[in-house]
Design a protein around this ligand. Structure first.
Ligand SMILES: [Zn+2]
Length: 255
């Protein structure tokens, strides 16, 4: 079974509890006996975000009986990539339920960490916005882009839409409410493109001035959908190269 190594905790003197992500089991924990020993077969394999092939045994709590390293993502150790990897880890940790298989989310996670490893770091904000929208879609929480999420009326193709501060969804002028942010037409036009583009195309997408507003919108929507504050997102954005247009991602959204 292909897994991503997620977390580990020491247990007694020589064993570890290791949490993995997989398509077949979702997020799950297994016992690695003897993992602390110098001659352990797990040595160097149970590191965060390593890709491994594992075999489990045991009737009750799963025991790790065999492990082979498939890929070690060394590039993720550099600071800008590491912060993005931490952000995505936080995101997928919230999205994947324990012992609940979800192949779509698992494959999104694999593709995402590959992009974090291989893309130029300054392209990672685009990847982040797209992954956040796709994660919402995989969870059935992505709002429709063409209609007001309050009244269901079609949104005008000529007028900007709005988004509330703490709810995912686009709103019409009538339902914008207090403190809503404007979603300009070019920004709205990017939403379906970010969801539909192939993963490998994402780093090359040039959003120009739409990037800041898209990041603000995706960040709000994903925090609303997952019902949690994401700790690493702002850090990762603040750590971008100086030529990144704006870390105040909401700047372009106000009228
Ligand atoms: Zn409405």
């Amino acid at each position: 079974m292909l897994v991503l190594v997620w977390k580990r905790a020491d247990l007694r003197e020589s064993s570890r509890l290791v949490t993995f992500l997989s398509a077949e089991r979702g997020r799950f924990t297994a016992l690695a006996k003897g993992a602390h020993r110098g001659n352990s077969a797990t040595l160097g394999k149970l590191d965060f975000l390593n890709r491994c092939e594992i075999t489990l045994s045991g009737r009750g709590f799963p025991l790790l009986s065999r492990i082979a390293l498939v890929h070690e993502p060394r590039a993720l150790r550099s600071p800008p990539r590491f912060l993005w990897a931490m952000h995505f880890a936080e995101l997928f940790d919230a999205a994947l339920l324990p012992d609940h298989p979800d192949r779509e989310l698992f494959e999104l996670a694999l593709g995402t960490f590959t992009l974090v490893e291989r893309s130029e770091p300054r392209r990672l904000p685009v990847v982040a916005a797209a992954v956040e929208l796709r994660l919402l879609r995989a969870l059935g929480l992505l709002p429709e882009f063409g209609v007001c999420s309050a009244c269901g009326d079609a949104l005008s193709a000529a007028q900007p839409a709005f988004t509330a501060r703490r709810e995912a969804g686009l709103l019409c002028e009538r339902h914008r409410g207090e403190g809503a942010l404007t979603v300009a037409l070019p920004v709205r036009a990017w939403l379906p493109r970010l969801v539909a583009a192939k993963g490998r195309e994402l780093p090359a997408l040039e959003l120009g001035p739409a990037l800041g507003p898209i990041l603000a919108l995706a960040g709000r929507w994903v925090e609303a959908g997952l019902e949690r504050r994401l700790q690493y997102r702002a850090l990762a954005l603040a750590n971008q190269d100086a030529d990144f247009p704006s870390t105040d991602a909401s700047a372009g959204m106000r009228r």
